[in-house]
Design a protein around this ligand. Structure first.
Ligand code: UGA
Length: 433
């Protein structure tokens, strides 16, 4: 099929190249010339395992092209809208300007029978509002939310765990077109839910709200564990054996960040309030608050280990990305804690395998170094704030010769306390004695 993908950020770039890999003829369109230049030369503008190889393969095969010229969407029969929907600067609500301008831009290039497919995460009611302009030219609208995780984006796109199509009741044409796009996943029995616009929009934010709630639930248990001497990691193991609960997303620590969970729960609350259903989602305010309290607790723990004062202490920060295998520092708990410690007068030396450049753009005032050894040299305390494999594998015996004081704070419950204590370190973590 000939397909256009409008918006070549995280979602769009991965979606466009994955569809090209599946055998479709894809054009990726974005207003950012620099991004298009990078993508056209098979370079990903962000760190995502497998994406550069996929770009290179599909660009060479000629099944993928990138452009800033919206008119090149003409002739495609399916047009995916994959632009960003960030949080507004002065409120919790979603900034829909990019979605609106993508819809305005595509409409002039549509032919009757084309299907415009929204992939961006939008407040419920957006598709209904945008459908009119699309339908006026004889095209169809569908909403097809995306559930990819950063770090696994290519795999999640090529082999999704479910497909959701939000369509007008009886719009068999859009369903048939989407089935052709996703023929390979459907041949592997991927579950498919066909529903209306509103449900499809809600599925996405409900899924992220559930995941955020699950993380904050275990972090709330960590708060209680901290005042009782209990161990939240054992608690998570024990409740996780109950198949109805499940162990995944019960890792207590610094909490969630990134470009999705935080802004999605806030946007969901804002939209529910507009619709008069704000009370139904009041609990998400608490989910957000529990999450942010973990960052304060980490700063407090650091102060405690340093004997009451952060000012002047040499602090090594290992990890800046919001999670491992990503260079994304949007709303990153790790970068936030590093910045707070520096603001409190700590001499922070921070490192990350991928996220130094992205961190520097947001927090130019911090001192970044390339390696664990440089960060930890003469440190009074070492903080692990993102659970990269190389930090989980650090040998405490080797690291102790580098630091000034053997104190390790495990912000992600990713280290083995026994091993660190046996090597003579003071080991402290969130939610553990
Ligand atoms: C999330 C969802 O998992 C995806 O399904 C969704 O498609 C995506 O948002 C989106 O809306 O685009 P992502 O932001 O890539 O994906 O990251 P997650 O793997 O969900 O992790 C989010 C945050 O939660 C990270 O900061 C991670 O460290 C934290 N987390 C995760 C925990 O603190 N504990 C856990 O047990 C799991």
């Amino acid at each position: 099929m000939k397909i256009s993908v409008i918006g070549c950020g995280y979602l769009g770039a991965v979606h466009a190249s994955s569809l090209a890999k599946l055998g479709h003829d894809v054009v990726g369109i974005d207003i950012d010339q620099a991004k298009i230049d990078l993508l056209s030369s098979a370079q990903a503008p962000f760190y995502e395992p497998g994406l550069p190889e996929l770009l290179s393969e599909t660009l060479t095969a000629g099944t993928l092209t990138f452009t800033t010229d919206m008119s090149l969407a003409r002739g495609a029969s399916v047009h995916f809208i994959a632009v960003g929907t960030p949080q507004q600067e002065d409120s919790n609500a979603v900034d829909l300007r990019a979605v609106e301008s993508a819809f305005e831009g595509i409409v002039a290039h549509l032919s009757p029978g084309d299907v415009v497919v929204g992939k961006s995460t939008v407040p419920v009611g957006t598709a209904e509002r945008l459908a009119e302009g699309i339908e006026a030219v004889g095209a169809h609208l569908a909403w097809n939310p995306e559930f990819l995780r950063e770090g696994y984006a290519v795999k999640d796109t090529i082999s999704p765990d479910r497909l959701v199509y939000g369509v007008r009741p009886g719009d068999d044409h859009s369903v048939a077109m989407l089935d052709k796009v996703y023929a390979r996943a459907l041949a592997h029995d991927t579950p498919r839910v066909i529903t209306d616009f509103a449900t499809s929009e809600l599925v996405k934010v409900a899924a992220n709200a559930f995941l955020a709630t699950k993380i904050s639930f275990i972090n709330a248990m960590a708060e209680v564990a901290e005042v009782t001497g209990a161990d939240v990691t054992q608690l998570a193991d024990a409740i996780g054996y109950d198949a109805r609960i499940g162990r995944r997303f019960l890792n207590a620590g610094l909490g969630f960040g990134g470009g999705c969970l935080p802004k999605d729960i806030r946007g969901f609350m804002a939209r529910a309030s507009e619709l008069g259903a704000g009370d139904a989602l009041n609990f998400l305010g608490e989910v957000d608050a529990i999450n942010l309290r973990r960052r304060e607790r980490m700063v407090d723990l650091c102060r405690e280990v340093l004997g009451g004062t952060i000012t002047g202490a040499k602090i090594a920060v290992l990890g800046l990305a919001f999670k491992p295998d990503s260079d994304d520092v949007r709303d990153s708990p790790a970068l936030d804690v590093a910045a707070r410690l520096a603001e409190l007068g700590g001499h922070v030396r921070a490192t990350d395998p991928q996220a130094i450049e992205t961190s520097r753009r947001l927090r130019p005032e911090l001192d970044y170094v390339a390696t664990v050894e440089e960060a930890a040299r003469d440190a009074d305390v070492v903080l692990v704030l993102t659970e990269w494999r190389e930090y989980r594998d650090i040998n405490p015996v080797v690291l102790k010769s580098v630091v000034s004081v053997r104190a390790i704070l495990d912000g992600r419950n990713c280290l083995n306390p026994v091993q660190w204590r046996e090597a003579g370190w003071t080991y402290r973590a969130l939610g553990r004695p």
